[in-house]
Design a protein around this ligand. Structure first.
Ligand code: 13P
Length: 338
């Protein structure tokens, strides 16, 4: 790939009508997804599944970048070229997950801290050579039983900023992902409060560690009710509170916000994204970096069978098209049935 500045890569990833496919499930997570369709998770089935997504016809009309897992960026597809080249040849930018997962945080019962900083500088250099032009690091913040502690938010924010600075040093655009989980029965206002504190802490650390805001993207959760909250906030409330939260915390120099779907259904995540874009112009592009909300239908249609590859591609493209419409505020839920 020719040399493109980090500012340009960041802007290209959030160009109008396009967003990011998160296909960077770790080996453990993809096994859980395959278990739901009774498919054995092997290097080959994982490759076949991801190749199916990356070669769906005209996928580049909707997808600007794909986040890959370490195994995937090294894999070769059935056409004999690497999956990373299959993406770049369509104008899709390859990205890479570089964190090593969330591990128990010492002296903080049940909270997690994301690991993976050791050796990261060297790994980033190698990933750049393998074609990656952006990266992802996910921190996990849970709500419930007195959590999160400021201690947990602080250490995760510090690690996110250290990762982001190392990425920029290596000419790789960092996607900074502090995910406040939906798990629990908390209200939308509790989610708002935790998301606001988390984002304020993260941007404070990014500033301290000299991260260039124009050369990064933020990947946050939407502000939603906990999954088990009896009083679920509606679409308009989610959109208004999420945007208000970012107005309080995310500098306008950040080119784009790319949401995770976090366990929302495909239709729910799409409707929320649409409502936020329909609210009008914002200082940042508002796009998507969905995993489950782009893949659930495709995975279900595939079932691990080669005769279903066509149907799985169709299901995936349909989801990409609807999500792309939502990214520009042009989606309506009745399109789900067409
Ligand atoms: P979901 O959209 O399934 O939450 O996945 C996005 C992601 O990359 C989480 O790190």
């Amino acid at each position: 790939m020719t040399e493109i500045s980090m500012e340009n890569i960041a802007t290209m990833l959030v160009t109008s009508s396009k967003g990011i496919l998160a296909a960077d499930e770790s080996t453990g997570t993809i096994k859980k997804r395959f278990d739901t369709i009774n498919v054995e998770s092997t290097e080959e089935t994982r490759r076949d599944y991801r190749e199916l997504l990356f070669t769906a016809e005209d996928v580049s009309d909707y997808i600007s970048g794909v986040i890959l897992y370490d195994e995937t960026i090294r894999q070769t597809g059935s056409n004999g070229i690497t999956l990373s080249q299959t993406l770049s040849s369509q104008g899709i930018i390859p990205g890479i997950k570089v964190d090593k997962g969330a591990k128990p945080l010492a002296f903080s019962d049940g909270e997690l801290v994301t690991e993976g900083l050791d050796g990261l500088r060297e790994r980033l250099q190698e990933y750049y050579e393998l074609g990656a032009r952006f990266a992802k690091w996910r921190a996990v913040i849970s709500i419930g039983d007195g959590a999160p502690s400021q201690y947990c938010i602080d250490v995760n924010a510090q690690a996110l900023a250290r990762y982001a600075a190392l990425c920029q040093e290596a000419n790789i655009v960092p996607i900074v992902e502090p995910e406040v989980l939906m798990d629990g029965d908390h209200s939308i206002d509790e989610c708002y409060a935790v998301t606001e504190t988390t984002l304020k802490t993260v941007f404070d650390e990014l500033y301290k560690q000299r991260v260039v805001l124009e050369q990064m993207l933020l990947k946050p959760n939407m502000v939603v009710s906990g999954k088990d909250c009896p009083d679920q906030a509606g679409v308009e409330e989610v959109a208004a509170k999420t945007i208000y939260c970012f107005e309080q915390t995310v500098p306008a120099a950040v080119p784009g916000i790319v949401f995770l779907s976090g366990g929302q259904s495909e239709a729910q995540a799409t409707e929320h994204l649409n409502a936020m874009n329909a609210l009008g112009r914002h200082p940042w592009e508002l796009s998507f970096s969905f995993g489950r909300a782009l893949q659930a239908s495709a995975l279900h249609a595939w079932q691990g069978k080669s005769e279903n590859v066509g149907a799985a591609k169709t299901a995936f493209l349909n989801r990409c098209r609807l999500t792309s419409l939502a990214r520009d505020g042009n989606y309506s839920p009745d399109m789900e049935n067409n």
